[in-house]
Design a protein around this ligand. Structure first.
Ligand code: 13P
Ligand code: SF4
Length: 355
């Protein structure tokens, strides 16, 4: 019997343009004041990702919310007593928050805020791929839908992917990994595990160019190169530090170098400037010399989060994240496995800002 050939990754062609919110000073101040009132009135707390605008990140800190990665946003929300979580990020972050906090209302500024990794991995195709490899342990990255997490044995974030896969490899397990092929390749090389990879990619990180980074490094030989592992292997090969958003931010704060070339979404520079004000931060070239780029080092879906849309969601209760209960109870198992692993091994899943 011949197996149907599974195309592991749906092409993501309809990437929206990056549209930043533009606000005058008066409107910005008025929106911030109104959002602060609404957060109190709605018993809500703001959880913002490092790639969102500086306005949103500042607002989260000023209102005792948090700025962090997706998982820590959800864990922070879980520990908070607020009845509503408003998640400024992309949809899978809102879904993860809902999966871990089913009793809370989860809102997002814009439900169109997707992620190319999530979009590349439709649950039905993924289930079929898994069914063709029943002997493999299914490990998925956080950047997936609730339905894909429900099909997985483990969910991991970028900071804990290597320790989890190393642990599974030591038990003799073979891995089916999805959806990011670059992160999967990085984890495979780091652990030596037998892995088959879904072929998804991040439209932001896959555009970083090794040649451009080498050119920049020639101009700034003192610089350390920091790379998020969603980047291509030849970019990762140039890195002094490969890590999650929090690990990269900590590197800027802790390393002695005065200059950093940073290969991740440029929203992260807001937090980096705060933790290391005297250091020179350079964006790693994206799209090549003279080329147009799809993302220009900024996620178009993250950019959909703005003060106006945040205010609207809080005002009206629009954009609520709902997850089917049968899917949620399955998905929570793969997430909980990772949390328990992190707790028992002492591996930090992620840090957060605003403590
Ligand atoms: P974290 O690495 O902070 O979890 O962000 C997820 C992401 O989408 C990176 O592109
Ligand atoms: Fe997804 Fe890439 Fe945007 Fe992160 S930066 S949310 S991986 S598309």
């Amino acid at each position: 019997m011949t197996e149907r050939h599974i195309i592991t990754a749906r092409p993501v062609t309809d990437v929206p343009p990056v549209v930043e919110e533009t606000l005058g000073d008066d409107e910005r101040a008025a929106l911030k004041t109104r959002i602060k009132q609404l957060l109190r009135a709605r018993d809500a707390i703001l959880l913002a990702h490092y790639y969102t605008s500086g306005d949103l990140q500042d607002l989260a800190i000023e209102t005792s919310g948090c700025v962090s990665d997706s998982l820590e946003m959800a864990r922070f929300g879980h520990a908070a007593t607020a009845k509503t979580l408003i998640v400024a990020g992309v949809r899978f972050m809102g879904e993860t928050a809902k999966i871990l906090n089913p009793e809370k209302r989860v809102l997002m500024p814009d439900l169109h805020a997707e992620c190319s990794l999530d979009l590349s991995c439709p649950a039905d195709d993924f289930a079929e791929f898994c069914a063709q490899h029943p002997e493999r342990t299914v490990v998925v990255y956080a950047n997936t839908s609730a339905a894909v997490k429900a099909r997985a044995d483990w969910m991991v974030t970028s900071s804990i992917a290597v320790p989890v896969v190393r642990h599974l490899h030591a038990q003799g397990r073979k891995i089916l990994w999805a959806p990011d092929r670059y992160l999967g390749d990085y984890v495979q090389k780091a652990t030596g595990a037998d892995m088959i990879l879904w072929q998804g990619s991040c439209v932001v990180h896959e555009r970083f160019k090794a040649e451009g980074i080498r050119d920049l490094k020639r101009e700034h030989p003192e610089a350390a190169v920091l790379v998020h592992p969603e980047s291509p292997a030849e970019v990762i090969a140039l890195a002094d530090v490969v890590g999650s958003t929090t690990q990269i931010i900590n590197a800027v704060r802790d390393l002695p170098q005065p200059t950093f070339i940073v290969a991740t979404d440029n929203g992260i520079f807001h937090k980096m400037r705060e933790v290391a004000p005297g250091k020179l931060l350079l964006e790693a070239p994206s799209g090549g010399r003279g080329a147009t780029c799809v993302s220009c080092a900024h996620c178009p879906w993250m950019a959909m989060n703005g003060l106006r849309s945040l205010c609207h969601a809080l005002e009206t209760g629009a954009n609520e994240i709902l997850v089917d209960e049968a899917i949620r109870t399955q998905a929570v198992r793969s997430i909980s496995r990772m949390l328990e692993f992190a707790a028992t091994t002492g591996v930090a899943v992620r840090g957060r800002s605003g403590d």
